[in-house]
Design a binder for this molecule. Structure first.
Ligand code: PEP
Length: 245
């Protein structure tokens, strides 16, 4: 299992330090792989706070470019320089708020791989697409467009995050989750065999109270957690549920 906390654009530097410290101190022995994705300006502080724990830290996005005139962007190599070991790419908030295309997502995945950090590629359909019966086709399309065709031993994790479940309190049913995750697993085996066994995370309003149910779905290998990763008790509750799954 792999549990990742996406803090998005939340918190002060002091709050980031306090949350990271609490998690580092309270992470149970035998916890699954746990990663924190704080806002970029808080990366160094969070890295310092978790330095003596097994928690790893990553960026919420990276530029597709190695360097140059890209105001406001952060390169994958800059993340590595800080000590980050992962990056989230293609989050629906990036796709929607910043108009990120599949081609840009692919370039960012490639940049992360080339920098040698683990990439979490987010995929997921909107409510409109689900209601139109297009959910699986949309996700297949995002996988095909976002994953390089040639891969070998690269650390890429998939996060299935139905857009309508992110930050809304709505969670996919266990059946829908299982169906989608089984489809993703089958697609990876057929089209990107190097990722055949990679973790497939579920994301979308996962909380300590529903985590048992999420982790009982087929092929769910962990969670990408937004809101509930901002409170140490909630996030630790999800980690505990993963340990018991
Ligand atoms: C996310 O943004 O990746 C996410 C899953 O958010 P939330 O848990 O708040 O729905």
């Amino acid at each position: 299992m792999f549990i990742a906390g996406n803090w998005k654009m939340n918190g002060t530097l002091d709050q980031a330090r306090a949350l990271a410290r609490a998690l580092a101190e309270q992470l149970p022995a035998g916890a699954p792989t746990t990663a924190l994705f704080p806002p970029a300006p808080h990366l160094t502080a969070v890295l310092e706070e978790v330095a003596d724990s097994p928690i790893f830290v990553g960026g919420q996005d990276c530029s597709p470019h190695p360097d140059g005139a890209h105001t406001g962007d952060v390169s994958a190599a800059m993340l590595v320089d800080l000590g980050a070991r992962g990056v989230i790419v293609g989050h629906s908030e990036r796709r929607t708020n910043h108009g990120e295309t599949d081609a840009q997502v692919l370039a960012k995945v490639t940049a992360g791989m080339q920098a040698g950090i683990g990439v979490i590629l987010c995929v997921g359909e909107t409510l409109e697409q689900r209601e139109a019966g297009q959910a699986e086709a949309v996700v297949r399309g995002q996988l095909a467009a976002g994953l390089p065709e040639t891969l070998s031993g690269d650390a890429i994790t998939i996060a299935y995050e139905p857009v309508w479940a992110i930050g809304t309190g709505k969670v996919a049913t266990r059946d829908d989750m299982s169906t989608m995750h089984r489809m993703i697993r089958a697609w990876l085996r057929e089209h990107r065999p190097a990722l055949a066994e990679t973790f497939i995370l579920y994301g979308g309003s996962v909380k300590a109270a529903n985590a048992d149910d999420v982790f009982a779905a087929d092929e769910v290998g962990g969670a990408l957690v937004g809101g509930a990763s901002l409170k140490s008790d909630d996030f630790l509750g999800i980690i505990t549920a993963a340990m018991n799954a």
